[in-house]
Design a protein around this ligand. Structure first.
Ligand code: ATP
Ligand code: MG
Length: 173
């Protein structure tokens, strides 16, 4: 591969951060590249895209989140889960086993203080030269934006949720 792997960030309040990252995962997988998707925060696993991606031989998915944070106790559990997910991701980033690693919703985990931004930066910098990384989630930390090669902000122009249309199968999950 030419040059070092890239760091990309999909952030902002508009819809499309995770799905764009998974679109890139699909693109890489089509070339036979090895892809890892680590989910921070949410439980997911039942989402359509993950069901589909799991069928691809060179894509691995690790749902690590512990769901929504509603109480102090949940916060502690979320912190432990985020740290565990990060330890796992950091090791995989360093391992040189993957061409692309998607860290889904990691921006949230940093924003809510579940992960330390400097620790995340160290892990990103310590990744294998062959590995591209995509970080998703609202409120990307300025320090992460600074070290990234490509940053895309999704802007909400309209969202059907505001019309009272709740999570739609095939569109939201
Ligand atoms: P997607 O997974 O559809 O790419 P996302 O990753 O950009 O969305 P998140 O911030 O991770 O969005 O939020 C996840 C869920 O919230 C999705 O089901 C999505 O449809 C919904 N959502 C995203 N943006 C908005 C918005 N601006 N208003 C209301 N709901 C939203
Ligand atoms: Mg998302």
């Amino acid at each position: 591969m030419k040059g070092k792997g890239l760091i990309l960030i999909n952030t902002g309040d508009g819809k499309g951060k995770t799905t764009a990252a998974l679109g890139t995962a699909l693109r890489a997988a089509g070339h036979g590249m090895k892809v890892l998707i680590v989910q921070f925060i949410k439980m997911a696993a039942r989402t359509g895209e993950l069901k589909a991606l799991k069928n691809l031989p060179n894509v691995e998915v690790r749902p690590m989140g512990k769901g929504f944070i509603l109480s102090e106790e949940d916060l502690e559990r979320a912190r432990a889960a985020a740290r565990e997910a990060w330890r796992f991701a950091e090791e995989k980033l360093r391992s040189g086993e993957y061409d692309l690693v998607v860290l889904d919703e990691i921006n949230y985990a940093v924003h809510y203080g579940l992960l330390d931004v400097d620790e995340v930066i160290r892990g990103l910098k310590g990744r294998s030269d062959r590995t591209h990384v995509i970080l998703t989630g609202r409120k990307a930390h300025p320090k992460l934006i600074e070290i990234a090669d490509t940053v895309t902000e999704m802007v909400e122009v309209k969202h059907h949720f505001k019309k009272g249309i709740k999570a739609v199968r095939g569109i939201e999950f």
